[in-house]
Design a protein around this ligand. Structure first.
Ligand code: GDP
Ligand code: IMO
Ligand code: MG
Length: 427
């Protein structure tokens, strides 16, 4: 039996979907534990590219049970759309189960996300505008509607009425826009509920029973460490807990059932949305990485900001997630560059900072201290084993191992299933 967690070590889009898909071939259960359809996980299988937002990336392995846990916020209409897309692609989703405790995203959450962003003006966070923040606000406010409520038409209607009273007041009196009418919402959500119903259950039972039966359970994080609402670059974060600690709450599982935590590290750094980013590149190298790595958001299509790898961030990720392993992705993207850099510390007002600061004002003034490495050729395909990859690439990987102290379990040199090297078996 093993419980393995996959988390993003940076600002999201590290390739968690790709790594989850790889590990899922030996997993019995794959669980999403937080976030919602703000996530965009791309998985390539036999030249076909699948974009997943809510459904765990394990779904591409027939027979693997997939769970959307209680910590996820679910847009029911978005979920149905994603399931339709998977069915059209010939993917069987009959093994998907959804927590009856998960909160649902309503259209007023999506509208409030958009209005709040606009109202913030220069202080906007650059959210995905999927209603994620407002849905988690309602959860903490104890106003949220859960899957089990949606499954009960009368209760859902009561909760909807209660919510519309509060939301319409806010929309009309504060934002000066038209509120929502109950009937059309009730109709479309109860229709969606009928479709989702067979999948809704107490998913904690499935996970616990699987663990007791000695099965392999994989937990798939969304977003990344620096987008965690507690440990990330607050306020430029999401509203959930992507870090490994989020698994216990968002899947309803105890820490004794987790054996290893893999941090997915992109070979450089990217970020979508606002907020300071010390190693950001504004030059032609940044453009090279963006184009070669196709760094455009899976969910929103926005260009991702690109920069050098930041080991200060990685050490922070190792600490707050308890990373036992690191999976490095997109090393091929850096191919063809003459010199490659890793930031090992920050310089702040004449001082050297070794640890990632909490204050964004401090972070915004940090300049990276770099180590420089020779690059490797543009084309690194065709190596049968990790040892056949260019020496300069292996030295870069080795340096990441030294700087973080975490063991490198996987090295990825392309988006496809076979374009990677497993150095440590976690299952
Ligand atoms: P996630 O949100 O962490 O799952 O990452 P995304 O799917 O948003 O972004 C990662 C992108 O990089 C996807 O398009 C993947 O197909 C792609 N990818 C993953 N690993 C590699 C790799 O090693 N090389 C290349 N070139 N692309 C990769
Ligand atoms: P995956 O799982 C990268 C970012 C948004 C914004 C901030 C808050 O694909 O790695 P939100 O809509 O969550 O309230 O937006 O978080 N963000 C992501 N960035 N990858 C993601 O998911 C993200 N999900 C949210 O861009 O800066
Ligand atoms: Mg993504």
């Amino acid at each position: 039996m093993a419980g393995v967690v996959v988390v993003g070590a940076q600002w999201g889009d590290e390739g968690k979907g790709r790594i989850t898909d790889y590990l899922a071939r030996k997993a019995d259960v794959v669980v999403r534990y937080q976030g919602g359809n703000n996530a965009g996980h791309t998985v390539e299988v036999e030249s076909k590219r699948y974009k997943l937002h809510l459904v765990p990336s394990g779904i591409l392995h027939p027979g693997t049970a997939c769970i959307i846990g209680n910590g996820v916020v679910i847009d029911p209409l978005g979920l149905i759309e994603e399931l339709d897309y998977l069915h059209q692609s010939g993917i069987d989703t009959s093994a998907l189960r959804i927590s009856d405790r998960a909160h649902i995203i309503m259209p007023y959450h999506v509208l409030l996300d958009d209005l709040a962003e606009k109202r913030k003006g220069a202080y906007e966070l650059g959210t995905t505008r999927r209603g994620i923040g407002p849905a988690y606000i309602d959860k903490a406010e104890r106003m949220g509607i859960r899957m089990c409520d949606l499954m009960d038409p009368q209760l859902f209607e009561e909760k909807l009425e209660q919510n519309l009273e509060a939301k319409n007041y806010l929309l009309e009196k504060v934002y000066g826009v038209k509120g929502f009418e109950k009937e059309p919402l009730l109709e479309s959500y109860l229709k969606a509920a009928e479709k989702i119903k067979p999948m809704v259950c107490d998913t904690t039972v499935i996970i616990y029973e699987a663990a007791r039966a000695g099965k392999n359970i994989l937990y798939e994080g969304a977003q990344g460490t620096l987008l965690d609402v507690d440990l990330g670059t607050y306020p430029y974060v999401t509203s959930s807990h992507p870090i490994a600690g989020g698994v216990c709450i968002g899947a309803g599982v105890g820490p004794t059932l987790i054996d290893s935590v893999v941090g997915v590290v992109k070979a450089y750094t990217t970020r979508v949305g606002k907020g300071p980013f010390p190693t950001e590149l504004f030059d032609s190298i940044g453009d090279y990485i963006r184009e070669k790595g196709y760094e455009y958001g899976t969910t929103t299509g926005r260009p991702r900001r690109c920069g050098w790898l930041d080991a200060v961030i990685l050490r922070f990720a190792v600490r707050v997630n308890g990373l036992s392993h690191i999976a490095i992705t997109k090393l091929d993207t850096l191919g063809g560059l003459e010199k490659i850099k890793i930031c090992t510390a920050y310089e702040y007002r004449g001082q050297i900072l070794k640890e990632f600061p909490a204050s964004l004002n401090v972070l915004a003034e940090c300049t990276p201290v770099y180590e420089e490495f020779p690059g490797w050729p543009e084309d690194i395909s065709g190596a049968d084993s990790y040892d056949e990859l260019p020496e300069s690439l292996r030295n870069y990987v080795q340096r990441i191992r030294e700087l973080t102290g975490a063991e490198i379990s996987f090295v990825s040199v392309g988006p496809a299933r076979e374009q990677g090297y497993e150095l440590v078996k976690l299952f």
